[in-house]
Design a protein around this ligand. Sequence first.
Ligand code: AMP
Ligand code: GLY
Length: 434
Amino acid sequence: MNILLIGSGAREHAIARAIRRSPQETNIFCFGSSRNPGIFELVHEYNFGSITDIRAITNFARKKNIDFAIVGPEAPLEVGIVDELKKINIPAVGPTKQLAQLETSKSFTRNLLKEFYIPGEPKFKYFNNLKGVREFLTELNQLYVIKADGLMGGKGVKVSGDHLHSYEEAFEYCQELINIGCSFVIEEKFVGQEFSLMSFCDGENLAHMPAVQDHKRTFVDDQGSNTGGMGSYSDNNHKLPFLTDEDIKQAHEINTSTARALYGKFSEGFKGILYGGFMITKNGVKLIEYNARFGDPECENILPILKTDFVTICQAIISGNLDKINVEFINKATVCKYAVPNGYPDNPVKNQKIDTSAVHDKNCLYYASVDAREDGLYETGSRTIAVVGIGDNLEEAERIAEEEICRIKGPLFHRKDIGTEKLIRKKIEMVNNL
Ligand code: AMP
Ligand code: GLY
């Protein structure tokens, strides 16, 4: 079986490993924008190129007799890679351009959930000019979030009290968006703890994955600016210490209702990974956002503990038979910590040599923004290497991740607190005090 893997970060490294663990005979063909040494040693062929260059990707897929594709990042989904592959009879794990709007358009998602009475929505309004902005900001009474309506590389969302400190600043941001021709959503700001609940989805049936908590802030104790995610953890019981069974059930129901809503409205199913970004608040589980792909780093927590054959799951997603297989995970806790360049995310050092030779178990490493050159490994300015500890409990998983990440040499740093009992206790207390 020839499988096309689009993307070349740590998430795709985890996907490549999950494919290679399959008892089925597979060849992986990676189309990626960087030379990922981890992926390189797992694949049959590696093609470098822009992951939004649809023609290059479809040509590659056609030439290599690809049976199906797995799309890692959101950018190729946004430009419609799944639609184009479909035209040449190559199915994909990943939604079409239309359904990927769940991630690429904030207003698409908010309106869909509203239309289908799916719970978990904030108060929100869509704007394509400044009329009514002041009134709505006032109505939300200091608790608002402004979201640019499109993929903005994680920089389009500004939260009151965090990035925006007055109505004037908020209004100026809206003005800025209008000036660049960008519409936006203003919504109620929730207070609570965020978590990720991803589901495999074949269009009609869903198989939910364990809940994971990512850490977006740069520094210890959730300080500093937002990043792509500094690390994440999942517990051995597949829940999170600050969530009840009922909370998890609510998140499952929101994902299931959303998939049904898409199917009902567009007569085509969402095939791929439905990633709900949720927050537990004093009023229950709320939906912060949807992504149309695996989370990074969440994917690095989840795929290593997947018991069911990942390739079988992909086949079931494509054929619409996810209800016919049992998707199971082993009862282990995982802690993922990202080593990132000094200065990340605002002024990262770039093109500095790093050395992973002292790491005991190379299987815990997932390479991200690195370049394998003749004289060694270089970091290239973004999140560099994800290190995943797997253990019987969080304490063990955290210890393994922390020990291994400290063995990586180079101008890098990481968050020591992710997965520690101290930080988790704080999160439980925060939720108890909501
Ligand atoms: P998004 O791109 O929609 O995930 O937003 C990025 C980050 O902004 C999220 O991870 C949250 O930390 C924050 N955020 C977004 N929407 C809300 C909301 N309604 N209430 C509180 N925080 C939010
Ligand atoms: N972990 C955040 C993301 O993948 O968007």
